[in-house]
Design a protein around this ligand. Structure first.
Ligand code: 5GP
Ligand code: ZN
Length: 111
């Protein structure tokens, strides 16, 4: 299921370019266009839904293993996994996405 108006559905289809990191039948991952640190990635279900509560469990369970692989591949020892639901919770794009935000140590700078 996808939504014609959704920017992340367009990214999955390739209608909007992205720096793709991973793709499977249920999951897509790409670099955030406005990274909070080097390697800031978004991991999303291909199933379109605005909030976590809209996504079937069988799609959701495939997300975290991908986020884990990308976190490992980033080389960052420290990182945040973040997922916002709704405007008050700072969600801007209404297609569920998990941020993977590397937190470089001070010697490496702010990323
Ligand atoms: P939210 O605040 O909804 O959790 O985060 C949405 C994220 O999507 C933001 O970090 C923003 O930079 C990212 N984003 C929005 N539009 C695009 C886009 O067209 N391409 C990519 N790669 N990231 C996007
Ligand atoms: Zn979508």
């Amino acid at each position: 299921m996808s939504s014609a108006a959704c920017i992340f559905c367009k990214i999955i289809k390739g209608d909007i370019p992205s720096l793709k990191l991973f793709e499977s039948d249920k999951v897509f991952a790409f670099l955030d266009i406005q990274p909070l640190s080097r390697g800031h990635a978004l991991v999303i279900p291909k199933f379109h839904g605005a909030k976590l509560t809209d996504i079937p469990d069988e799609d959701l369970v495939e997300i975290l293993p991908v986020a884990k692989k990308i976190a490992k591949a980033s080389g960052a020892e420290d990182f945040n996994i973040l997922q916002n639901n709704g405007r008050i919770a700072h969600q801007v794009v209404d297609h569920v996405h998990f941020h993977m935000i590397p937190k470089p140590n001070e010697e490496e700078g702010l990323g």
